[in-house]
Design a protein around this ligand. Structure first.
Ligand SMILES: Nc1ncnc2c1ncn2[C@@H]1O[C@H](COP(=O)(O)OP(=O)(O)OP(=O)(O)O)[C@@H](O)[C@H]1O
Length: 317
C-alpha cells in the first residue's frame, strides 16, 4: 500500500505570472511529507497539480508509471482513484448529515450495496472518532469534527495517496494536536503516502518524515525532517524556527534595505530537534526512523538537547 509520487521539473504559471518553477521531489511511498511555505507561494496550487486538477506548464508527475501531468483524461480518471483529498474546509455538503457525506463517494463511484456502504462508512467513522455523530449536519459540529468528517470521506475509497490541505487552519492548538496524532495513527493503519500542506511549524517539526519548503517561486529544500530541522540554510532555518531575522519578510522576500538593516544581527542558534510524534498504540510506521538516525548517518551534529523527551518546546509563529 502507498505509492511513490515522483515530481520532475514542474513549473506552473497563471498567464504570465510564475507560481513556482522547476519543482523536483519524490514523496516516498507510505511516508508522511509536509509542504510548508509563506502565504501565496503556491502550496494549494501544488496539491491541485499533483491530482491533475491543474495542468503544469512543464514537467512531470509520475505515479505508477503514468505521467498525470500529461496523460489522457481516461488515465487521469483511473489514477485519481488512488487519491483521497481533505480540503481546507472539509468541503461537506451542508444539507447532508455526516453519514451521507461520508457515504457520498461510495454511492457515486461504486456499485456497493447499502449494507456494504454502511460497513465502510462506520469503519471510517470509527477511525476518525466520529461514531455517534453520524446524523449531525456539518453546520452543527465544530471545525475540528468537520475536518475529521472530511478525513473520513477522503478515506472511504481506500486511498494510496492522501493529500491534506491546511488541516490546522481555524483549529486551536489542542484540536491541532489531536488531528496530528490522528494522521500519525492513520498512516500506521492504512500505510498510504501522505502530503500535508500547512503553515503550522509545530506540525511541520513533529509530524512528518519529510519536509519541503516552497519559497520565492521555487522549492527551497525537500528532504528528511532531521535534515531540514538541522539546516543552517537561511530561508529554511528562518521559516522552520519562526524567526523574524532572515531573508523572509512580511510579504515573502525582504527588500535590500530590510536585509541591510539586519546586517550584523546573527540568526539565533537552532533550537533542539524534537522527537517525532509516535503512534498512540506504539505501532510502527513505514517512514519512522530512530530519533537522530539521519543526523548520525550524515555526520550532522544536532543542536544541544535534541531528541530529549522534553525538547519539543512549542515555537510560536
Ligand atoms: N485558478 C487560479 N487562477 C489564477 N491564479 C491563481 C489560481 N489559483 C491560485 N492562483 C494564484 O496562485 C498563487 C498561489 O496560490 P495558493 O493558494 O496555491 O497559495 P498558498 O501557498 O496555498 O497560500 P496560503 O498559504 O495563503 O493558502 C496566488 O497568488 C493565487 O492568487
Amino acid at each position: 500500500m502507498g505509492v511513490e509520487v515522483v515530481v520532475e521539473g514542474l513549473t506552473k504559471k497563471f498567464g504570465s505570472s510564475l507560481i513556482w518553477k522547476d519543482v523536483t521531489l519524490t514523496l516516498p511511498a507510505g511516508e508522511i511529507s509536509v509542504m510548508l511555505g509563506p502565504s501565496g507561494t503556491g502550496k494549494s496550487v501544488f496539491l491541485k497539480t499533483l491530482i491533475g486538477l491543474l495542468k503544469p506548464n512543464s514537467g512531470h508527475v509520475w505515479i505508477e508509471g503514468v505521467d498525470i501531468a500529461n496523460c489522457k483524461e481516461k488515465d487521469l480518471y483511473e489514477i485519481r482513484k488512488l487519491f483521497g483529498v481533505l480540503f481546507q474546509d472539509g468541503a461537506m455538503f451542508g444539507s447532508m448529515d455526516l453519514y451521507d457525506n461520508v457515504a457520498f463517494p461510495l454511492r457515486e463511484h461504486t456499485r456497493k450495496s447499502e449494507s456494504e456502504i454502511r460497513n465502510i462508512v462506520m469503519d471510517k467513522m470509527e477511525l476518525t472518532g466520529l461514531v455517534g455523530a453520524e446524523h449531525k449536519l456539518p453546520g452543527e459540529i465544530s471545525g475540528g469534527m468537520r475536518k475529521r468528517a472530511g478525513l473520513a470521506r477522503a478515506l472511504v475509497m481506500d486511498p494510496e495517496i492522501l493529500l491534506i490541505d491546511e488541516p490546522d487552519s481555524g483549529l486551536d492548538p489542542v484540536r491541532t494536536s489531536y488531528i496530528n496524532q490522528l494522521f500519525i495513527d492513520l498512516n500506521a493503519q492504512i500505510d498510504a503516502t501522505f502530503l500535508i500542506v500547512t503553515h503550522d511549524i509545530n506540525t511541520a517539526r513533529r509530524v512528518p518524515d519529510n519536509i519541503g519548503l516552497l519559497y520565492h517561486k521555487h522549492l527551497a529544500m525537500f528532504g528528511p525532517r532531521e535534515m531540514l530541522l538541522t539546516s543552517e540554510e537561511p530561508v529554511v532555518a528562518q521559516f522552520l524556527n519562526a524567526q523574524t531575522v532572515g531573508p523572509i519578510g512580511m510579504s515573502e522576500e525582504k527588500d535590500a534595505d530590510e536585509l541591510a538593516a539586519e546586517q550584523g544581527i546573527a540568526m539565533p542558534p537552532l533550537p533542539p530537534v524534537p522527537v517525532q510524534l509516535e503512534t498512540s498504540d506504539g505501532r510502527p510506521r513505514r517512514g519512522q526512523r530512530e530519533p537522530g538516525a539521519w543526523c548520525r548517518e550524515n555526520g550532522v551534529v544536532p543542536p544541544p538537547g535534541s531528541f530529549e523527551p522534553n525538547a519539543e518546546q512549542a515555537l510560536s509563529a
